[in-house]
Design a protein around this ligand. Structure first.
Ligand code: SF4
Length: 249
């Protein structure tokens, strides 16, 4: 990422603080270490139950990636299906070392069928580029819910629970080396907690055996510019964690 782009994202000063500008990109080597891995063989399909607030209906969640996409596209397991233009499955390298999990599609995402395509998406891409990550290469990006909540409201716990088997199947398939939860909704869903985002930052959590780091949602950062520096710290922390785990014993 060049200095002009960093400046536009107001990340230039932060990047300089960490010595990430005026020098060859330190993460390029990391990105090379974290080269895409072979695609995993499908595991057994998962049978999921609807959340307790809804009638209990067993659903078969396909483990095959393409079948999973079809299942999401056709899903009517919660009320969010009613107003969506399309379900937004996710985007990126399905064998990526990094998995970023956001909240749910907004208007742009609902229109285009891809997560994080508006201003928040540009900010996320810029921050990822600053540490040598591209969404189509080293990262996969998905959301807690695959259909747009009306008015971009926060998904309810019931909606997040109804969609959980899809996200879990994505994690099982991608087998990321690190997961980054973007915002409180993602952290709450993946860690099953209602703790504040601030209290969850700066620690390595565990999501079914995969290290998980919590940071701010890019849409929040657009409204709260001073916290961009904290999000940057979180990404560097996640990168160090991934490097530690990728290093030979
Ligand atoms: S949000 Fe998830 S569970 Fe609800 S209808 Fe969409 S795909 Fe199905």
């Amino acid at each position: 990422m060049d200095e002009r782009a960093l400046k536009e994202l107001e990340l230039r000063d932060v990047a300089a603080l960490y010595g990430l500008v005026d020098a060859p990109h330190p993460v390029v080597a990391l990105a090379a270490e974290a080269a895409p891995r072979p695609i995993h063989a499908p595991a057994n399909p998962v049978v999921a139950s609807m959340p307790s607030a809804a009638p209990t209906v067993a659903r078969v969640i396909p483990s095959d990636w393409e079948a999973l996409k079809v299942a999401v596209r056709e899903c009517t397991a919660c009320g969010l299906c009613r107003q969506r233009k399309q379900a937004v499955f996710g985007v990126g390298n399905e064998a990526a070392p990094w998995l970023f999990v956001g909240e749910g599609p907004g208007a742009d995402e609902d229109e285009q069928g891809e997560p994080f395509v508006g201003q928040a998406g540009k900010l996320l891409d810029g921050m990822l580029a600053a540490i040598g990550i591209a969404r189509g290469r080293e990262a996969y990006i998905a959301n807690v819910v695959k259909c747009r909540p009306p008015g971009n409201r926060t998904p309810t716990p019931e909606e997040a629970a109804a969609c959980a088997p899809f996200l879990d199947a994505q994690v099982d398939h991608i087998k990321p080396r690190v997961i980054v939860a973007l915002g409180k909704t993602a952290a709450a869903r993946l860690l099953n907690t209602d703790a504040s985002l601030g209290s969850l930052r700066g620690r390595v959590h565990d999501y079914r055996g995969t290290p998980l780091i919590v940071t701010y949602h890019p849409a929040y950062l657009l409204r709260t510019l001073p916290d961009k520096a904290k999000a940057w710290e979180d990404l560097l922390f996640a990168r160090r964690e991934l490097a530690k785990r990728a290093a030979p014993a």
